[in-house]
Write a protein that binds this ligand. Structure first.
Ligand SMILES: *Cc1c(COP(=O)(O)O)cnc(C)c1O
Length: 390
């Protein structure tokens, strides 16, 4: 038996120990933790919908109409009118024949990959893919092959020797820890040539990018064939919870039959689906929200550049500041916290060794003055903690 206390202590010493904080109120750009108010740059609630009065009203209405629990799996009696209506509206929004709801994005990825690939097959993944895609490939029993980040030469080199068995290429649409976008058109043409599936995880693009917030997948692959599969989550820009997969009729029916994370689990609360229908409407109409968000991204990047704060090539709400050392990233995050600003330090194994960073996320609800305050405090904390390095 492993000594848990020793390994926890060792993790603490390596500055990799993780803890939670308890929010006293709702998710927002200003949050309350331990009786103190913080300006937050941590959430994935990019459009500020998570606690929006319209969503709250829709959620209550959903609970009045459908109750709280779904009471069963989708294939038994858990699939309600709220789920069905949302699936149809999501399919319509992304212009694919069908959509299927999953309880979470993590489960959606596990479900799709295991339904389409198994022993004897190959799953090709970008090195920086989200953990759920990596775990999905492992669970499927297929051989997991990773190619260099967004590097099509690396992908093609790994694709060409594959002769037998099914093949699936999986990539984040917008990379969750780097904020850059995957070259989806090139990925789709590689997939087409290789006769393989392409699964795109658009968790961070859906609601934010593309026409009417239809996402990075839609923006790039609206006309792609049935081999291109979209997975997107509803707990980020949509402000609610859950995820869906969109694709052909045959794909969705295959998932209904074989995706174990769909079949063997309780359907999510119908009221969540009901509220998500309102979120979808707000995303469709959310041009002002996306304009605000974009203005904050530009303001942050211009300000950081002037201050010499090292940015990454991202034009999405995910704006990482690379620090390198996990301890230094943690100290920076703590220094900012003392000044009333919350920014998450992201450390290995979430990101590769030596690339610890501050992951700053912007929201449509951040005011210009709040972005300026972040920049000023980042500047102070950087010079206090990383003076030697600069
Ligand atoms: C958040 C996230 C997921 C998981 O979605 P959940 O609904 O939170 O389980 C999957 N992929 C990516 C890229 C994500 O950022």
């Amino acid at each position: 038996m492993q000594d848990l206390v020793t390994s926890l202590n060792e993790r603490r010493q390596r500055k990799l120990y993780r803890t939670r904080q308890t929010l006293e109120g709702s998710q927002d750009v200003v949050i309350h933790v331990d009786g103190r108010e913080y300006l937050s740059f941590c959430s994935n609630d990019y459009l500020g919908l998570a606690a929006h009065p319209r969503l709250i009203t829709a959620f209550k209405e959903g609970a009045d109409r459908f109750g709280v629990g779904s009471g069963a799996a989708h294939l038994i009696t858990g699939h309600s009118y709220a789920h069905q209506a949302l699936e149809e509206e999501l399919a319509d929004f992304v212009e694919r024949p069908r959509a299927l709801l999953f309880s979470t994005g993590y489960m959606a990825n596990l479900g799709v990959v295991s339904a389409l690939a198994g022993r004897g097959d190959v799953v090709l993944e970008d090195r920086l893919n989200h953990a759920s895609l990596i775990d999905a490939a492992r669970l499927s029993g297929a051989q997991l092959v990773r190619y260099r980040h967004s590097d099509m030469n690396s992908l093609r080199r790994k694709l060409s020797p594959i002769e037998t068995g099914a093949c699936l290429i999986a990539s984040d649409g917008v990379f969750s820890m780097d904020g850059d976008r995957a070259p989806l058109r090139e990925l789709a043409s590689a997939a087409e040539q290789g006769g393989s599936w392409l699964l795109v995880d658009d968790a961070h693009g859906f609601g934010v990018l593309g026409p009417d917030g239809r996402g990075w997948f839609f923006d790039q692959l609206a006309h792609a064939g049935d081999e291109a599969i979209l997975m997107a989550t509803l707990g980020k820009a949509f402000g609610t919870f859950g995820a869906f997969v969109a694709g052909s009729e045959a794909l969705i029916e295959t998932l209904v039959q074989h995706a174990r994370t769909f079949v063997y689990t309780t359907a999510p609360p119908p009221a969540v689906a009901w509220a998500t229908r309102t979120a979808l409407q707000m995303v469709r109409e959310g041009h002002d929200l996306r304009d605000n968000l974009h203005a904050s991204i530009v303001r942050f990047r211009q300000g950081a550049e002037q201050l010499g704060i090292p940015l990454m090539p991202s034009d999405t709400p995910i704006q990482p500041v690379i620090v390198g050392d996990a301890g230094a990233a943690l100290r920076l995050s703590e220094a900012l916290r003392e000044r009333g600003i919350l920014v998450t330090a992201i450390r290995p194994p979430t990101v590769p060794e030596g690339t610890a960073r501050l992951r700053i996320t912007l929201s449509a609800r951040h005011a210009p003055q709040q972005v300026d305050r972040l920049l000023a405090e980042l500047n102070v904390s950087f010079s206090e903690i990383l003076d030697v390095a600069r």
